[in-house]
Design a protein around this ligand. Structure first.
Ligand code: XMP
Length: 566
């Protein structure tokens, strides 16, 4: 498994690709899409995701489709509207992403952004050329004065002048027949265009970007004024709809789920339980590398609060033995991942014996995992489908059908679902935490003594920085304000240093505090913590944790360092 796929659920949190999977199973297909849905054509990495998010923010279901999907395949999906994303290519370039021109004949309303406007123009008989100088960043947009522009449904309720976000070198320089210019900037005469009769709209700028002042308004105008959609992708509908689909897929069969204490697997558990009650059994393989109080929280929430059939497998000793003297981090990951599935399938076999066999394995795969792995369920061509990392090494003769009820949800939607289903916020807003857990925050060999020290020190770091974040929240009203810590923890290195406590010389371990500001873990900066906060952490750790006599703070950004130490 890629170290970076931190959003992954229990099962692949701890699975390491190095232990080559024997079998990959295709997930159960989605029973049906919500009746209204927007198909977002993705012409360049990441653009489509952001647009899909923005559409969902307006309570309309959206899905990303491969840009070269055939018009027939698309029509079969019955989208209510189409959005063409931006992309870095030049439309006339040899390897530029292309789309089936017949999509424009389906009679479905279309909105194109940037590359989306250019491909619309180029396909429908207009033209695109290089501008003398590109336009990057904020630009002043002026709405046109012609009849079409004045009556534009997409620009309704937006002012004559507005700030938009541009990022282009190419631009449309000849309109397709039937289209009118609806706005321009100093550099870009056709900053937007439309043909209201065919319900085709496009902008050279990016409405999906927050810096476009009225971007969300334009999108809302398109969805509700032009396409006449209803904002029905709301939490209550989502839960009802998803539970109905789970029931339709599962029927009376039994389902097993690997619960890790992580966000995704916890939300799947709560959702599946809501849908199918005691047909679900959760297996929590406790490898002993979780943080303070985490196994207890899993028990408390799923056993006591939800009353889900839960098997808590105490594998702590087994894992310690397995990691004895192992110092290489990748080897630790590999052993932990492989063992996880061994333990899990042993339990699955016990649960199945003598009873009705278990048919499904539920997984917390989420939408970004799917997008990352290609357009698996979107009707894309086989060549675009890469296997995604969520592969399970079924033992010989064992097979489960997979059910992945979160596979169309973004991470923040998963969290919102978790809250709506009644999971506690400390579980729903849990920080990213590596599947191999504390085992890779102990540099060098893992022992029970080191685990105890790290767990205690880590709890202090989290307690103090939770309080610090809360203070920032009280001051700024924002959860992720500047300088709020995004991920914070303790690391135990494999060295000792001299100290003095009372009259005695000590020779003990130091503890490293790591606290970073980030939004996605791809890049991160060390948190500029106030000295009094650092000081409180340091004095608490050395006085409360036996065996630690020194505390150091890691002041390296990512890159060049990574967030974790191993
Ligand atoms: P790095 O250390 O590469 O970490 O900057 C980026 C993010 O990924 C998390 N991480 C992991 N998550 N299994 C996981 O599920 C792992 O083996 C793993 N290693 C790192 C890390 O905590 C950070 O949020």
């Amino acid at each position: 498994m890629s170290k970076d796929s931190f959003t992954s659920p229990a099962a692949h949190d701890v699975f390491d690709a190095a232990s080559t999977p024997k079998t990959a199973s295709a997930p159960a297909p989605l029973a049906s899409r919500p009746s209204q849905f927007v198909a977002v054509f993705d012409f360049g990495a990441q653009y489509g995701q952001l647009i899909a998010r923005r559409v969902r923010d307006l309570h309309v279901y959206s899905e990303i489709v491969p840009c070269d999907i055939s018009a027939d395949a698309l029509a079969a999906m019955k989208p209510s509207a189409i959005i063409l994303s931006g992309g870095p290519a030049s439309v006339y370039a040899q390897d530029a992403p292309h789309m089936d021109p017949a999509v424009f004949t389906l009679g479905i309303p279309i909105f194109g952004f940037c590359y989306g406007q250019q491909i619309m123009a180029a396909t429908l008989g207009g033209a695109v050329g290089h501008t003398e100088k590109g336009e990057y960043g904020p630009a002043q947009l002026e709405r046109a004065q012609n009849d079409a522009a004045v009556a534009s449904l997409v620009f309704a309720d937006t002012p004559q002048e507005q700030t938009v976000w541009m990022s282009h070198r190419d631009a449309v320089n000849k309109l397709p027949e039937g289209f009118s210019v609806t706005s321009s900037t100093a550099v870009c005469p056709i900053a937007s265009m439309e043909c209201a009769a065919k319900k085709m709209y496009a902008t050279q700028f990016h409405p999906e970007v927050r810096h476009t002042q009225y971007g969300q308004q334009l999108l809302s105008n398109f969805l509700f004024n032009v396409c006449k959609l209803t904002p029905n992708w709301t939490m209550d509908n989502i839960i009802d709809d998803t539970c109905a689909r789970i029931r339709a897929t599962v029927g009376k069969s039994r389902v097993i789920l690997a619960l890790s204490g992580g966000v995704d697997s916890s939300v799947v558990a709560a959702l599946m339980h809501r849908a199918i009650g005691n047909q679900l059994t959760c297996v929590f393989v406790n490898h002993g590398f979780l943080r303070k109080d985490e196994p207890e929280l899993v028990e408390e929430v799923f056993h006591k609060q939800f009353n889900v059939p839960l098997v808590h497998v105490h594998a702590e000793e087994r894992y310690l033995e397995l990691l004895r003297d192992v110092t290489d981090p990748e080897e630790k990951r590999r052993r932990i991942g492989t063992e996880f599935w061994k333990v899990f399938f042993e339990e699955a076999a016990k649960l199945s014996s003598g009873k009705e066999p278990i048919r499904y394995l539920a997984q917390g795969t989420i939408y970004p995992d799917i997008i990352e792995s290609g357009a698996r369920k979107t009707g894309g061509k086989a060549s675009t489908i890469k296997s995604h990392h969520n592969l399970i090494p079924f033992p010989e003769g064992v097979h489960f059908d997979l059910i992945e009820p979160l596979d169309h949800f973004f991470k923040d939607e998963v969290r919102a679902l978790g809250c709506a289903l009644g999971l506690p916020s400390r579980m729903v807003y849990r920080q990213p935490f590596p599947g191999p857990g504390l085992a890779i925050r102990i540099i060098g060999a893992v022992t029970a003594e080191k685990l105890e020290q790290l767990r205690a020190a880590d709890a202090i770091v989290r307690e103090e920085l939770d309080a610090y974040n809360e203070r920032l929240f009280q001051e700024t009203g924002e959860r992720n304000s500047q300088h709020a810590c995004w991920q914070y923890f303790a690391v135990l290195p494999d060295i000792k240093s001299v100290g003095v406590m009372g009259d005695e010389r000590t020779y003990q371990r130091p503890c490293i505090v790591r606290a970073v500001e980030s939004s996605d873990a791809m890049t991160a900066d060390w948190a500029k913590l106030p000295f009094d906060v650092l000081s409180a952490i340091s004095s608490r750790i050395v006085s409360e944790v036996a065996g630690i006599n020194r505390v150091v703070y890691d002041i390296t950004p990512k890159p060049p360092a990574t967030i974790e130490w191993e």
